[in-house]
Design a protein around this ligand. Structure first.
Ligand code: TA6
Length: 282
């Protein structure tokens, strides 16, 4: 393992610590292949990780970038967001260069997953940092003999200074499913979306790049092959009902999730799919 990739522990859980010579650092848990923190070069940690997150190797960790697969939310028979975020992934590959470092974690089907979801698959989650970027790619291969379909998301928790003070730019004109309002289909008319209550929207046919602008900084969010983007903040009441969130935690986070929800991904035997989300700290 290069000195840019180390094994470590966070709250007793195995993590990979990635660092680049320019000072970028990230922690990726093997549980769920979940980026837990990311500090761009010369910056501060830009991902929200709940101080009450549970690290028992079973529970989904609240924060960072949960990998939602093979099901987004309750869109099917599995537990919310599928099982991938609750499984131990293995380190499949690692590379380091003068200004980047990348790890690839892998999850394959087993008797346990097949009992939940009767398909053979291989999922790989690649995480790369360098400079002001965090690049994440989820790749899924159908290793079985029958077609399969899934929904997925990279459920990114951005750390924000105050959720009421930010604007989300680039969503104007998009259709969205308003999960917080009975799943009603609506159209975004705002030039900048602001948050002053619970927000839980699945924007469809999202543009490649959107911007989360705060008073003194911004985050560019670029996605490829994920046609939807989910924006979520639980606000006061829902946050209070989350045992792994502090009461005011909703003020310090905003989820902007690269997602494939409305149109499930269909894979014939041997086919594969990939989706990417990149964060660029500004
Ligand atoms: O972000 C979209 C969403 O489906 C919300 O409806 C909310 O449930 C959130 O995910 C968190 O889900 P979790 O299962 O991690 O508590």
């Amino acid at each position: 393992m290069t000195d840019q990739i180390e094994t470590a522990e966070l709250h007793g859980q195995p993590v990979l610590k990635l660092q680049t010579p320019d000072g970028a650092v990230a922690l990726v848990s093997l549980h769920g292949a979940q980026v837990l923190s990311w500090t761009p070069a010369g910056g501060e940690d830009r991902l929200y990780l709940s101080p009450k997150a549970v690290f028992d190797g079973q529970t989904a960790i609240r924060g960072g970038v949960p990998v939602c697969f093979p099901q987004f939310a309750g869109n099917g028979p599995l537990k919310a967001h599928g099982f991938a975020r609750n499984r131990l992934w293995t380190l499949a590959n690692q590379r380091a260069g003068k200004d980047y470092v990348v790890v690839t974690l892998r999850l394959e089907d087993n008797a346990d997953t097949r009992a939940l979801w009767p398909h053979a698959f291989a999922a790989e989650m690649s995480v790369s940092i360098g400079g002001g970027r965090l690049d994440m790619e989820l790749e899924v291969t159908n290793t079985g003999k029958a077609p399969l379909s899934f929904t997925a998301a990279l459920h990114t928790y951005l750390k924000v200074r105050e959720v009421e003070s930010l604007r989300i730019e680039g969503l104007r004109g998009l259709d969205y499913t308003d999960t917080a309002d009975g799943g009603t289909l609506k159209k975004e008319t705002g030039v900048g979306v602001m948050v002053d209550d619970e927000i839980d929207r699945i924007y469809h046919q999202a543009p490649a790049t959107i911007l989360v602008r705060e008073d003194d900084r911004a985050m560019g969010i670029h996605a490829e092959n994920f046609p939807d983007v989910v924006v979520w903040n639980p606000w006061v009441d829902k946050c209070a009902r989350l045992a792994d969130m502090p009461a005011d935690g909703f003020r310090r986070m905003l989820c902007v999730e690269a997602a494939a929800v409305r149109e499930p991904i269909e894979l014939s035997p041997g086919a594969d799919w990939w989706g990417r989300q990149s964060l660029v700290a500004m």
